[in-house]
Design a protein. Structure first.
Length: 107
């Protein structure tokens, strides 16, 4: 039995292989030209595909941006820790020098 597909059960889901729609008598003729509707649909489909293909790149770019900020924050924390260590060392050296000077003056 070779029957044509219906709206609910088309023979194929590929829009390019489906039979073109017949013009309806209830709609005015020329309400939407085939050229405008087809090119608009193709353009929107291509834009959607292009956007979908660019999503992983955008995610990777955002991930790298986040990682760079984290690395910069870590470097700042390490620099701050090193600066505090050097400050404590300098303060201890200053105290030793004061003590040595006081001992020299006392004798």
């Amino acid at each position: 039995m070779n029957t044509a597909g219906t709206i609910d059960r088309p023979l194929t889901h590929d829009p390019k292989k489906q039979a073109p729609m017949k013009p309806s008598t209830s709609e005015p003729a020329g309400s939407a030209t085939e050229f405008v509707t087809m090119t608009g649909a193709i353009d929107s489909r291509q834009n959607r595909n292009r956007e979908m293909q660019l999503i992983p790149e955008a995610l990777a770019r955002a991930h790298m941006h986040t990682r760079l900020h984290e690395a910069e924050r870590d470097r700042q924390a390490l620099r701050l820790a090193a600066a505090r260590r050097m400050q404590r060392r300098a303060e201890r050296a200053s105290l030793r020098a004061r003590r040595a000077l006081a001992m020299a003056v006392m004798q």
